[in-house]
Design a protein around this ligand. Structure first.
Ligand code: KIV
Length: 280
């Protein structure tokens, strides 16, 4: 059965840990879904890991929509959340609603937006009023990298933890159904998680969050430009890909690929006819 934003909130009440992963293509999304992942996020991290850009600020709405459609086609049960890219919800509330609508029409059931300024809270309110569930994102917010100036941990002391809590509570009040806490110390995330009715989804947020999310290329070991401290690598797909490509090249170069069983062949009579054919 399809998981909904409401169902995700109910997991917190039941004490069921929420599992979330990013995915960017049909096949990966399909197998994450089959494995029982609750939330599949079409993260704007695809800017770096799928498109090779330097930062999430470089990916456009048009590009994000293509990946959202591919992922949505592969998923039957998980809640598909689409990351709204840089500037797609900042210019006006009207534009935010229009762009969020494009993600829903592309197959997502919710969108994620970063920050909780008074303007962002208005966006969250309007989107939810229009039937678009919103996941918030606090702590380190990559779309603000140029003003933040680096990948810094947030909530390192009581004052900043209280500030993240205040922002998370405002997101909850505005209608958000969950909030990602990125690079927040475990004790701070715990403090925030206990004071919210909506689930917290940690990425570098420690074990006390209601759920966890990781970037798929990190857990699969596919992207090696940078691997954050908080990502657990379950596989080394980059080595598998490299070894498979090397083995293939070797087979082709040595004439070992394709074999007869990997080729289409003529029946004997036709093969002999072809062989004895002499062109005038
Ligand atoms: O785009 C992404 O992968 C994300 C995660 C950090 C949650 O937003």
């Amino acid at each position: 059965m399809k998981k909904t934003a409401k169902k995700i909130i109910s997991f917190k009440k039941k004490g069921k840990k929420i599992t979330a992963l990013t995915a960017y293509d049909y096949s990966t999304a399909k197998y994450f879904d089959k494995a029982g992942v609750d939330i599949i996020l079409v993260g704007d991290s695809l800017a770096q890991v799928a498109l090779g850009y330097g930062s999430t600020t470089q990916v456009s709405t048009e590009e994000m929509l293509i990946f959202t459609k591919a992922v949505s086609r592969g998923v039957e049960e998980a809640l598909v959340v689409a990351d709204m890219p840089f500037l797609s919800y900042h210019i006006s509330i009207e534009e935010a609603v229009k762009n969020a609508g494009l993600f829903i029409q592309s197959g997502a059931q919710a969108v994620k937006i970063e920050g909780a300024s008074p303007y962002i809270l208005q966006v969250v309110e309007r989107l939810t009023q229009n039937g678009i569930p919103v996941m918030g994102h606090l702590g380190f917010t990559p779309q603000y990298i140029n003003t933040i100036g680096g990948h810094y941990v947030s909530g390192r002391d009581t004052q900043t933890t209280l500030e993240i809590l205040r922002l998370a509570q405002s997101l909850e009040k505005a209608g958000a159904f969950s909030v990602v806490l990125e690079m927040v110390p475990a004790e701070s995330s715990n403090f925030i998680t206990q004071r919210l009715n909506i689930p917290t989804i940690g990425i570098g947020g420690g074990k006390f969050c209601d759920g966890q999310i990781l970037v798929s290329d990190d857990i699969l070991g596919k992207y090696d430009n940078f691997c954050p401290k908080f990502a657990r690598q379950y596989s080394s797909l980059k080595d598998i890909i490299f070894n498979v490509a090397r083995a293939y090249c070797n087979d082709v170069e040595k004439g070992n690929f394709p074999s007869i069983s990997e080729s289409f062949t003529l029946d004997n009579e036709e093969a002999q006819k072809l062989e004895s054919y002499t062109q005038n």
